[in-house]
Write a protein that binds this ligand. Sequence first.
Ligand code: PMP
Length: 427
Amino acid sequence: MTFEETTGSTLTPEAQVALDRATDSAHRHHDLLSDRAFHIKQSAVRDVFDISIQPGLISLAGGSPYLQSLPLDGLADTAADIIRNHGLEALQYGPGQGLQELRELACEVMAAEGILDADPSDIVITTGSQSAQDVAAKVFCNPGDVVLCEDPTYVGALNAFEAYEVDLQPVPMDSDGLIPEALEERIRALKDAGKRIKFLYTIPSFNNPSGITLAAERRSAVVRICRENNILVLEDNPYGMLRFDGEPLVPLRADHPEDVLYLGSFSKIFAPGLRLGWALVPKHLFRRFYLACEAVVLCPSPLTQMITAAYLRDFDWMGRVRASRTFYAERCAAMLRALDEQMPDGVSWTVPDGGFFIWVSLPEGTDTYPLLTEAIEAGVVFIPGAAFTPDDAPSAQLRLAFSAVSPEEIAEGVRRLAPVIRRAVEA
Ligand code: PMP
């Protein structure tokens, strides 16, 4: 089955929006839809995710965490105990800010990464970092306001921000992450053009999709530039703990409590299915941010919070994180080895120190989106680079995820992908 057959689409994302508008206009109530509704796009990652479930396909697309090492029997007992003995609390509405115990435990997680001064009263428990991205755009942005981001950046954040009709401005990275001079230059140009810049959305450690990390020596420069220009930093750090060797790099938030709104997630250090993360919010912004979170969910699920708190309190969560670093490092090494062996000249890729992803670059001028159909026919899926830029412009890059596949599948997946890429490079 081809990509088009599966998604029903041969269109570029822009053409898809135009088609959606035209199709919807034939339906009742179309005139009731907000402009915003048309800015919420179908995610290319979800499309490919759906295809990946087909038997026989090797998915190098989805960045799912490895869950096989979870202590499932122990967690089942914990969940049963919570419902049996604390059910009336677990199944009742809870505090809008989240449970005090989980906020305290989130502080312990952050301390392990180098944020030593977090105060549980500055934390809101979120329905995953994804929901906090939506709240950030809602709280800070009017239509037309600028949000700066890395080029490339996380597709889910792009989708969340675009719903608020913001002007997304990608800033170039090199192998050490965001380039401070380029950031400064972009800010100057935007200000000269009369634009209002609200925040920089950044994934400093093991960026999704590129795997690139902002070098330690650039970290305070990035925050300083934003502070001097009255721009908030929205730091998204779901992968920081998953550094293959050595201690995690200290997050931007550590030394800049007033300038950085920090997003944490339990998805990669525990389990994404519980849908929990947290936001550590500068005190002067806390009330607005918290009220917006509460307006969406009333309160995060007490049941999943209690399970997560019990996991962090009673199980060796750090031991499992340490083991998962080795697990991901081995898979990353297997993918790098396969790329070295299989890819033709003219193709390059990033060499990440952690996280889930490798970013592969074909010669400039190639478009990786149409290659997906051929790749699926060959039995492998990836995410085309266009998904990770705001304008969906053709991209010569693609994202490969090594987090949820065995070294054998990685080798076979790259072997299937190689001829597709070779043909594109030689075309
Ligand atoms: N931010 C980034 C950079 C991600 O890669 C992801 C998920 N892949 C998220 C946020 C979403 O995290 P959560 O499960 O906490 O909503």
